[in-house]
Every structure is written in structure tokens, then in C-alpha cells.
Design a protein around this ligand. Sequence first.
Ligand code: ASP
Length: 408
Amino acid sequence: MKNKNLMLYFLLAGIVLGGICGWVFGPKMMVVAWMGEMFLNALKMMVIPLIISSLIVGIAGLGDITKVGKTGAIALIYFSATTAFSVIVGLILVNVIRPGDSVALASAIPAGVADKVDTGITDIFLSFVSPNLVESMVKMDILPLIIVALVFGGILTTMGEKGQTVIKFFDAINVAVMKMVHLILYVAPLGVFALIASKLGAAGGGDLFLAELAKIGKFAFTVVGGLLIHGLIILPIILYLVTGRNPLAFFKGAGQALTTAFSTASSSATLPVTIECAENFNNVSRRSALFVLPIGATVNMDGTALYEAVAAIFIAQMVGIPLGFSDQVIIFLTATLAAVGAAGIPEAGLVTMVMVLQSVGLPLEGIGMLLSIDWFLDRCRTTVNVWGDSIGSAVVDRLEEKFVEGGP
Ligand code: ASP
């Protein structure tokens, strides 16, 4: 849509109206669930062709392989540093607020988690490759696709004219898919409304939500507080210091992506909109947007990392297991890795949390305590995940200009 502000206002209105309707009418709002699902699926439909074409074009845009390596290193440093900052914010808050002290553990291991009890750190490494690429596409296992597209694109750049022909082919696919994304965005306000209204409705409406919130409200407060500190203070400071950009204007530019992230609770489904906002509204160079954002949507999850660390300590506080400094360092490391391993889909963080809890011997039953309001906290952390990716594309863009393009 040409008028980005108008679209943003429509999207915000969709969220607010959806919230009000879901709150007031409760389960009745399930009648609009199909509209939300249709919007979500339309976005998801774009994800695989977009990721593959974006990374190939992005890599090709970076130029020769040494430049790719340097830019990749810059992106990796940004991803690790911001994830670390967010986990530290979470750890400080949860140790100060101590949300688990007065709560009793009363739940069982949730079904979706029960079959993941053997998940370990090596499984994250294993998820980087896949025995069957087509199956990965079907299951939307994005990590192997990223690896293949990166290597494939890199090799194409070394193949002269032949390689250029294939790159042009993927470039055209990329442009066409982005045009399809524009079309989908026209119905986004309706989709956003339906997603929020039906989700809040399915959760039983406002009264039930408040009742659930009351049970572990201090925990939710800690998570949301941490996300706000990271999203509204730390990330904007990084953006300003590195790029000199106005964080408020950048926030507005990323607005459509952030509202979509909040409504879908999925970084992957939001990716088409994140790319659109970065390129068209925030003037991030196409090569940086196409290179950084698909990877960021899958591996860079500041909000999820913060959530996993806070949740682990919350569970420890609930069951009265004191965690020393070394345990907290282990949680810091595993929460970071668990966020990398979490897919960009709703509630993926709950599943990879198994690894964090097991690393310090905490009971998996604790995850059950978080289930009732995870649908809400998931939206909040996904918004921060996408915000972190968006800022990452601008930061890498600037540093690449400085150290790779203009550098030695
Ligand atoms: N829903 C999150 C995302 O897509 C992942 C998670 O924390 O569950 O970014």
C-alpha cells in the first residue's frame, strides 16, 4: 500500500478492535477464526519461495565470497550480542522481582512437550541439515533451507555468466513474490482483527484471561517488562549508535511488521512483511534486507531467549530449587541456544525450553504452568524478535557499508 501510515493505522485498529471483540464476546468470536487462518496461510504460502530467492539474491548482492564472510560475521556478532543483552535483562529482572516465590507448581508435562524430553543441544546442530530438502519445505523446517540457499547462492557467484543467469532467475522470483505480498497486505487489517479476536475468544474472553493472568501475573509482568526494556531501550540505542537513525521513525517504518508479528505470533509468517518494511519504508539496502532478515527470522530471537531464561528461573523459584551463579550462566547459554533452535512459529519457545530446564535439572512440569497465557506472551516475544531482526538489517547495512564496501 502506498500510504504506509494509513495501512499502519488500519492494522492497529484491527488489533484494538479484535482485542475488544475477543474480550467482550469470548468464544463467539471463533466465527471469524477462518479469516485469520486464511490470512496466516496466505503469508506462510510466500515464505519458502521468499526465503530461498531472498538469500540467493542477497548473497549475490554482497559480491565475492570474502565480502559475504565479513558481512556474515557482522550479522552473527549483532545476533549474538543482542540475544545476550536480552537474556541478561531477563535474568536481572527475574532475580530481582522473583515472580515464582509465592506460586505453587501444579501442572503436568504438556502433551506437545512430552515427546521432546530427549531434545538436547546436539539436536540443534542436527537441525542445520536435512536428509530431504523437499520434506523440509513441506514441514517448513527453515534452517536447512537457509544453509542450502546460502551455499548455493555463494557458489553461483563464482560461476561467471552461467551463475548470473540463475541469479537473475531468482531475482525475478523474489520481485514477483514481493508483489504478491503487497496484495496480501491489503487484507492484513481484516486478518489481524480475526486472528486477535478469535485467539482471545478461544482463550475464553477477557474474564478468563484475567483469571489466568492473576495466577502467574508476576511472571507475565517480568517477561513483558524485560521485553519492553530490551525493545524500547536497548535495541533503539544500538540502532541509534550504529546507524544514527531516528529510532521512532524506524519503529513507525517497521510498524506493519510489528503488528503482523503480534497478530500471528510467528516470525516466519511475518517475514514477507518484515522484508517489505525494511526495504520500502526504512530504506535498508535490498541486499542487506534479503540477506539478514530470512536468517534473523529463524535464528535471531531476542524475545524468545529472554522468555526462556525468565521462565526457567521462575520454575526454579516455584519449586524452591536455589540456582547459583554457575547455574544461571548455564541457563544464559542454553536459553540463547534454545532461541536459535526455536522455529519461527507460534509457541516454539515452549518446546525448546525443555533443553534449558534439563540443563540445570528443573522439572518439565513447570512448562505446564506457562501454557495458559503463553498464547499472549508468545505474541509479545515474537514482536520483539521481529523488531530485533528489523534493526539488525539496518545495523548490518551500515556496518557493511563501513567495513566491507569501503573497507580494505
Ligand atoms: N513464536 C516465536 C516466533 O515465531 C517463537 C517462540 O518464541 O515461540 O518468533
